[in-house]
Design a protein around this ligand. Sequence first.
Ligand code: ATP
Ligand code: MG
Length: 437
Amino acid sequence: MRLSRYFLPTIKENPSEAQIASHRLMLRAGMIRQGAAGIYSWLPLGLRVLKKIENIVREEQNRAGALEVLMPTIQSSELWEESGRYDDYGKEMLRIEDRHGRNMLFGPTNEEMITDIFRREIHSYKDLPKNLYHIQWKFRDEIRPRFGVMRGREFLMKDAYSFDLTPEEGVNSYNAMFVAYLRTFARLGLKAIPMRADTGPIGGDLSHEFLVIAETGESEVFFHKDFEGMESLVDFPADAEGLQAIVNEWTTPYAATEEMHSEDDCPVEGNNLIRGRGIEVGHIFFFGDKYSKPMKASVQGPEGEMLNVQMGSYGVGVSRLVGGIIEACHDENGIVWPEAVAPFKIGLMNLGAKNEECTAFCDVLYAELEEAGIEVLFDDTKDGAGAKFKNMDLIGLPWQVAVGPRGLKNGVVELKNRKTGEKEELTKEALLAKFTA
Ligand code: ATP
Ligand code: MG
């Protein structure tokens, strides 16, 4: 992509409305713009990151055997009346009346709708287990939307719903999602710690929140320092025992959010306990027949008896993750994207935009990188070198390639690693070989 044709409205000064780094940097890097409180438009650079995160989440859901569907954002109130949550959900639910006076709502979550889909189509234990998920915009009329996309009102969530015959099988589905989450966050370049959590309005008894540790996290968290040495990019196990073993390993060291922690009962000795702040990026629940019972989602069991299905639900805050990753990956100059979610891999800068030879060299290099399937943002503008470097640091692409008339005399370009700051000079051929190897 040529910057001269792109839409990247960057901002030099810190926007006064932004209190935390990720919000500031997303505005400054031209990733998002606010439409109304907690409601954002995603501009090209931001959307690329959102899509990359979405895709990693999707790949790991698929790997775990979940099946993608797409449910609507607008729902009818009827199903929520059946489950009893139409009244319970309170003011966070955005209620809408259609032209015929019917009560509609903008979905804050989809337990009711998926349970309805399930009960209409699936009637036998032979069709279980099933896990259906979608990646769709949600609306929650948060009392205090803040921190940009971290606590929005409209936000993108991946929500999966599992259906099993027995509680044991239900726990197995839960474990599969637990492991999928470990893998997902690791692939996103994050360390997310699973913590025993309160089940809140979703209900049920087994639940974990996944939290990324960051100073600006909204929740106070407590965890054993053993987590620091644990590697969460685990192989996805082939069977139930393998899944349970990983879950056991990751739930053995103590980790709890503020609501679940009690100073007096804490099992960890002083020095081993880390007290920090965390960003909730995922939340999983196993709640048995909480919805299947009132909504009569049952299947015929092996003996012919009707059994309420055992359900779980599994959320990932896809849009929140964009901010969460920036909170974990930035420095004083801007964003430092992990490669897996970077909007482009390389930022190519022509430092001699007024020099014909330099420009011709850059055009060829750009074409060759594109040809090799590498995502490049090519700053081909007439801006000064200083401004170009500043802008590249701000938007945080993992690699920067600076091409200037001086280097070209010696046949070299400069490659910089955004994260380490390391620089090296190399020929065009060596550069291409490095990125196409
Ligand atoms: P929180 O405790 O942060 O309000 P929640 O417990 O209400 O979140 P869940 O119902 O568990 O959220 O939703 C699943 C995931 O969706 C959360 O783990 C979080 O990552 C994301 N999420 C929830 N609310 C928001 C929001 N207002 N803005 C952005 N992401 C959100
Ligand atoms: Mg939660």
